[in-house]
Design a protein around this ligand. Structure first.
Ligand code: DX5
Ligand code: ZN
Length: 220
């Protein structure tokens, strides 16, 4: 099932609750929340207090994308703050600690995902297939909104889709970075079903039209 996930990184943080309500009315399926620590990526965004406030402000599904070093340290705290799904970068710690982080989130009853940076190969998802609800493939270098889609990620999306279909059917395949009406066609053709879009939704005044454009161009 196709899901559109506006990334709040491109929202107006001074009126975040209203921004979230606006994209919900506009037809968004979930909210994508980018957490950055200035170490794993060269930018700082938001953390646990903002997620707590968001949890009170919206009933939308919160997909939390952790771009932080050693995220296992905060896995339970993000669950308690109100995340519905916590995404861990496979590059952010050892495999053992990433598996531990996944276990901690599952024990709290929340969903989990693993995320791959552009240079990380498709095979890196193998240890986690069957344990996570979602695989997130970055289609830009993580850290900033508004970058151009990396077309050379399309073969990786196809490869992960094949691995999912063989080893863990039902796992969602999310893409993040440079998604708009044009690239929505390419990534859904390649097998993605959850599309994160920051600037292509929050950067537009008519969010309903922006979401409709992405939905209409997707081939699922
Ligand atoms: C980048 C973030 C993205 C970002 C996407 O590190 O993970 O979620 O907000 O922004 P756009 O859709 O503008 O490329
Ligand atoms: Zn993201």
């Amino acid at each position: 099932m196709l899901k559109i996930a506006p990334s709040i990184l491109s929202a107006d943080f001074a009126v975040l609750g209203a921004e979230c309500a606006d994209v919900q009315r506009a037809g968004a399926d979930l909210l994508h929340v980018d957490v950055m620590d200035g170490m794993f990526v060269p930018n700082i965004s938001l953390g646990i207090p903002v997620i707590k406030s968001l949890r009170r402000a919206t009933d939308m599904f919160l997909d939390v994308h952790l771009m932080i070093e050693k995220p296992v340290r905060y896995a339970e705290a993000f669950c308690r703050a109100g995340a519905d799904l916590v995404n861990f970068h496979v590059e952010a710690d050892t495999q053992e600690n990433t598996l531990r982080a996944i276990e901690l989130v599952r024990a709290q009853g929340q969903k989990t995902g693993v995320t791959l940076k552009p240079k990380t190969p498709a095979e890196a998802v193998k240890p986690y297939l069957g344990l996570v609800d979602l695989i997130l493939i970055m289609t830009v270098e993580p850290g900033f909104g508004g970058q151009s889609f990396m077309h050379d990620m399309l073969p990786k999306i196809r490869a992960v889709r094949e691995l999912i279909d063989v080893c863990a059917p039902g796992t969602e395949l999310e893409v993040d970075g440079g998604i708009d009406g044009t690239t929505a066609l390419l990534v859904t053709e390649a097998g993605a079903n959850v599309l994160v879009a920051g600037s292509a939704v929050f950067g537009k005044t008519d969010r309903a039209a922006a979401i409709r454009e992405i939905r209409d161009n997707a081939v699922i």
